[in-house]
Design a protein around this ligand. Structure first.
Ligand SMILES: NC(=O)c1ccc[n+]([C@@H]2O[C@H](COP(=O)([O-])OP(=O)(O)OC[C@H]3O[C@@H](n4cnc5c(N)ncnc54)[C@H](O)[C@@H]3O)[C@@H](O)[C@H]2O)c1
Ligand SMILES: O=c1ccn([C@@H]2O[C@H](COP(=O)(O)OP(=O)(O)O[C@H]3O[C@H](CO)[C@@H](O)[C@H](O)[C@H]3O)[C@@H](O)[C@H]2O)c(=O)[nH]1
Length: 698
C-alpha cells in the first residue's frame, strides 16, 4: 500500500472546497516511499494501487476544467497583485535565455537567475556567457546592463539601410542639441534600468520572488531503479526543497523543467510538508525552445502552455504567469490546461517529433536497399498537409539533451502504468535512432575495406545540430566511439561552432583520455576545416551546418566570393512603428534591421564613432572582467576569441569542396550523414559519395 499523505486542510484555498487525501509518491521499484521529502517520478496505475480519493489538491475535477486561456481566466489577473519579482532557478540552456527574454520584454519585472554553479553565474555576468544562441547576447546586454536613452526617426529610411543609420545618428545628435527629443518624426526611447541579475544566492532570491521558475536539469537516471529510462529528479527535488523552505507565502512555483507527469503533485506535497498551512500554487509551464533558435523561439513562441490546478486560485496563478507572457505573446497563443496534461504534453511533443525522425530513418534504410531516394519520398509524403513536411529529414538520427531522455521518460511512465505495449512502442523510437547512426558508421567502415588502420578519417560537425555549440547526446560522439575501435591513424574533427580545446577536453572526458592524440590516441580537434580534411581518406558529415553544403562551382568572376558569403534575406525597415511608444520587440526589429543592412552601414558607423554592433546606441557598457578572469586568460593563451561563446557565430561561408578534393587521399570518400550534398556535383569533383537514404556501393 502506498502511504497516503494528508494535505493539510489549511493549505486548501477556501474557494476550492474540500480536498481529499493525496497519493504519496512511490519509489521507482514500487515499494512505499518513506514519509521523507524525497520524491520520485514513478507512477503506478490507478487500478493497481486502488487508491481512493487520490490526488486531492491537483486532481482534475472535470474535463471542462481544462481549457484555453479564456477571458474569464484572464479576468482573474485583475484580482491579483502584479508580478514584480521572478526568480529562475537554473542558469542553463533554458533558464538563461528564458529569463533573459522575460526580463527584456518586462522592464518593470526584476528577474534573477540563480544557480549553484558559480562558474556559470560568473560567466553570465561577464563577456563570456556560457552558451551561444543567436541574438542572445544583445538581449542579455539590454536587460542585464540596462540601456541608454536613444532617439531615432520613426520613418522608413529614404533609400537604403545606410541612410537608416544616418537617420539614427543624425537624430541622436540633433536631439542632443535641440534637447527634449520632440522634433516631428523623432522618437525618444527612455533609458532602461538593469532588471536581469545572475547570482548564486539561491535561497535569498527564492525568498524574494513572487514567481519561482524551476529550470534545472532532469536527465535520465543512470543508476539504480529505473536506470536508463526514469527521470533523474535529484536536481529538481533539491531545488523544490529549497523553494519549500524559503519561498514567500503565496508564491507561484512553476515547473519549467521537463518533468514526469504528476510531478506537480509531488511538489505540492513537499511544500505542504515543509510549510504546513502555507498556500502555494504549482504550475506547469514547459519550454519548447530548440537549441540554436532559442531566442527566436522565445520571442515568437507558437504556444505558451500553462497547466494549473483546476481551482480558482490555480486559475489565478495561471493568469498571473500569463500576464508575464502577454507583454509580447498574443493571448490567443496561451493555452491553459490542467497541470498533468501540461506536464505530459511536453513529453509527448518531444516523443512525437523524435518518432517522426525515427520513422523517416527507418524508410531511409529501405531506400538504401531498394534504390528509392529518401528525400524524394519525404517530399512526396510531406506534401500531404495531414503529414506535413517538417521533421522528415533523414540522417544519422537525433541528438540533443531532450529527445532521447523525454522519449525514455514516456517509456518509463508507460512501464510503471503497466502498459507494456505502449512502452515498447515508444522504445522503438530510440532503437531506430541508434540503428541509424550505427548503420552509417558501419557503411563507412565497409566502404573503406573494413579497415581504418593507417587511415585518417575526418568528422565534420560535432554539435548535435547546426548553429549551436550544444554537444549533448551528439550522434557524432557515438560515431567517433565506433571509429576509434577500428584503430585509425587519426580521427580529425572540425565543428564551426565548437571551440577546439573544449571539444578535446569533452571527448577525453567522455571516451577516455587515451583516445586523444596528446596521449597517443587518434583524436585531433581542428580549428580549420581544410586542415581537418587534409590527407584524409574519408570525410563523414555528421551535423547539417550550412557551411558543409555543396555549392556548384561557378565560372563567374566573383564565384569564389559567392561561395564565401551566404546571401541573407533582405530585411525590411520596420518603421514607421504604429504605436506611439515602440515595444522592445519593435526596437529589436529595428536593431536587427540596422545590423543586417549593407556593409556601408558598418562603414558609416565607424566613421561616426558608433559601435557597429549597437546601431541605435542603446547599449550600456558591459561590466569589465576581473584581472584574474579565467576566460580572458584562456582567450589569451589559446588565441581563441570570445571564449565562452559570447560573440555571434559568423559563418566563414560554404566549404570549397574542390579544394578539399584536391588534398584528400584517393578514392576521396565522403559519407553524407545529413543529406547536405549534391551527389552528382560532388562526383564531378572526384569524390565517391555515400548518402543516408540512397543506394550506394556498399
Ligand atoms: N536544452 C533545451 O533545449 C531544453 C528545451 C526545453 C526544455 N528543456 C528542459 O529544461 C530543463 C533544463 O534544461 P537545460 O538544458 O537548461 O539544463 P542545463 O543543465 O543547461 O542547466 C541546468 C542548470 O541547473 C543548475 N542546477 C542544478 N541543480 C541546482 C540546484 N540545486 N540549485 C541551483 N541550480 C541548480 C545547474 O547547475 C545548471 O546550470 C530540463 O528539464 C530540460 O529537459 C531543455
Ligand atoms: O528532420 C529532422 C529534424 C531534426 N533532426 C535532428 O533532431 C535533433 C533535434 O533537433 P531539434 O528538435 O531541432 O533540436 P532540439 O534543440 O533538440 O529541440 C527539441 O528538444 C527541445 C528540448 O525539449 C524542445 O524544446 C524542442 O521543441 C525540440 O524541437 C538534431 O540532432 C537534428 O539533427 C533530424 O535528424 N531530422
Amino acid at each position: 500500500m502506498p502511504i497516503v499523505n494528508q494535505v493539510s486542510p489549511s493549505v486548501v484555498d477556501s474557494e476550492e472546497g474540500v480536498l481529499d487525501g493525496s497519493t504519496a509518491p512511490t519509489t521507482p521499484d514500487g515499494s512505499t516511499a518513506p514519509s521523507s521529502l524525497s520524491f520520485s517520478p514513478v507512477l503506478r496505475p490507478r487500478n493497481v494501487d486502488n487508491v481512493e480519493g487520490e490526488s486531492a489538491h491537483l486532481s482534475i475535477k472535470s474535463r471542462n476544467d481544462s481549457r484555453s486561456l479564456s477571458s474569464a481566466l484572464l479576468d482573474k489577473t485583475a484580482r491579483m497583485p502584479p508580478v514584480r519579482n521572478i526568480c529562475c532557478v537554473g542558469a542553463g540552456y533554458v533558464g538563461g535565455p528564458t529569463a533573459a527574454v522575460i526580463a527584456f520584454q518586462n522592464p518593470h519585472i526584476r528577474v534573477t537567475v540563480v544557480d549553484k554553479d558559480e562558474k556559470r553565474i560568473r560567466r553570465w555576468n561577464s563577456h563570456h556567457p556560457p552558451i551561444y544562441e543567436p541574438g542572445l547576447n544583445d538581449i542579455v546586454r539590454m536587460a542585464r546592463d540596462g540601456s541608454r536613452e536613444c532617439v531615432f526617426l520613426n520613418e522608413t529610411s529614404k533609400s537604403d539601410a545606410s541612410s537608416a543609420v544616418s537617420d539614427v545618428s543624425t537624430a541622436s545628435s540633433e536631439c542632443d542639441s535641440q534637447c527634449g527629443g520632440h522634433r516631428e518624426g523623432l522618437t525618444t526611447i527612455a533609458a532602461r534600468q538593469p532588471n536581469l541579475f545572475f547570482t548564486s544566492e539561491v535561497a535569498k532570491c527564492i525568498s524574494e520572488a513572487d514567481v519561482v521558475l524551476i529550470a534545472v536539469n532532469t536527465p535520465t537516471k543512470y543508476r539504480g531503479a529505473g536506470a536508463g529510462s526514469a527521470t533523474d529528479m535529484t536536481a529538481f527535488e533539491a531545488v523544490t526543497a529549497v523553494v519549500a523552505q524559503h519561498a514567500r507565502a503565496g508564491a507561484i512555483i512553476v515547473e519549467k523543467s521537463t518533468v514526469p507527469c504528476r510531478t506537480a503533485q509531488l511538489v505540492q506535497e513537499t511544500l505542504a510538508q515543509h510549510r504546513p498551512g502555507v498556500h502555494f500554487e504549482v504550475l506547469s509551464n514547459p519550454e519548447f525552445l530548440a537549441a540554436g533558435t532559442a531566442v527566436k523561439d522565445l520571442l515568437n513562441a507558437d504556444r505558451i502552455l500553462i497547466g494549473s490546478s483546476p481551482t480558482p486560485s490555480g486559475h489565478r496563478a495561471a493568469a498571473a504567469l500569463a500576464s508575464v507572457y502577454v507583454s509580447w505573446i498574443p493571448r490567443s497563443r496561451i493555452i491553459t490546461t490542467n497541470v498533468f496534461s501540461s506536464e505530459l504534453a511536453k513529453l509527448v511533443a518531444n516523443s512525437m517529433l523524435a518518432q517522426r525522425i525515427s520513422s523517416i530513418n527507418s524508410i531511409a534504410a529501405v531506400c538504401e536497399a531498394t534504390g528509392a531516394d529518401v528525400d524524394e519520398v519525404a517530399t512526396a509524403i510531406g506534401a500531404d498537409p495531414r503529414i506535413g513536411s517538417k521533421f522528415l529529414k533523414a540522417g544519422i538520427g537525433f541528438g540533443g539533451s531532450c529527445f532521447k531522455k523525454d522519449v525514455l521518460s514516456l517509456v518509463y511512465l508507460a512501464e510503471t502504468l503497466n502498459l507494456p505495449e505502449v512502452a515498447d512502442y515508444w522504445r522503438c523510437v530510440i532503437t531506430m535512432n541508434e540503428s541509424a547512426r550505427n548503420r552509417f558508421a558501419s557503411r563507412a567502415v565497409r566502404c573503406l575495406n573494413n579497415t581504418l588502420v593507417g587511415k585518417k578519417i575526418t568528422i565534420l560537425g560535432y554539435a548535435f545540430k547546426p548553429d549551436t555549440n550544444d554537444t549533448r547526446e551528439s550522434p557524432a560522439l557515438e560515431i567517433i566511439r565506433t571509429l576509434v575501435e577500428e584503430g585509425p591513424q587519426e580521427i580529425a574533427i572540425f565543428d564551426p561552432c565548437c571551440i577546439p580545446p573544449q571539444t578535446t577536453e569533452e571527448i577525453g572526458r567522455l571516451l577516455g583520455s587515451d583516445v586523444l592524440n596528446s596521449n597517443g590516441g587518434p583524436v585531433v580537434v581542428y580549428a580549420d576545416a581544410y586542415e581537418a580534411c587534409d590527407a584524409s581518406s574519408a570525410v563523414l558529415i555528421t551535423t547539417e551546418f550550412d557551411e558543409f553544403r555543396y555549392s556548384a562551382p561557378s565560372t563567374a568572376p566573383d564565384a569564389a566570393l559567392s561561395t564565401l558569403i551566404r546571401p541573407k534575406a533582405r530585411l525590411t525597415d520596420p518603421r514607421p512603428f504604429e504605436r506611439l511608444e515602440p515595444t522592445e520587440s519593435d526596437l529589436l526589429a529595428l536593431h536587427t534591421y540596422l545590423l543586417q543592412s549593407s556593409p556601408s552601414m558598418t562603414l558609416s558607423s565607424h566613421n561616426s564613432g558608433m559601435d557597429p554592433k549597437d546601431p541605435l546606441s542603446r547599449f550600456s557598457p558591459m561590466p569589465d572582467c576581473s584581472e584574474d578572469c579565467p576566460d580572458c586568460y584562456l582567450e589569451k593563451t589559446t588565441g581563441t576569441t570570445s571564449y565562452g561563446a559570447g560573440e555571434a557565430y559568423i559563418s566563414k561561408g560554404r566549404l570549397d569542396w574542390a579544394k578539399i578534393s584536391y588534398h584528400m587521399r584517393m578514392p576521396r570518400w565522403v559519407f553524407d550523414g545529413r543529406g547536405v550534398l549534391d551527389v552528382r556535383g560532388m562526383e564531378k569533383l572526384g569524390f565517391r559519395v555515400e548518402s543516408v537514404g540512397r543506394q550506394g556501393r556498399a
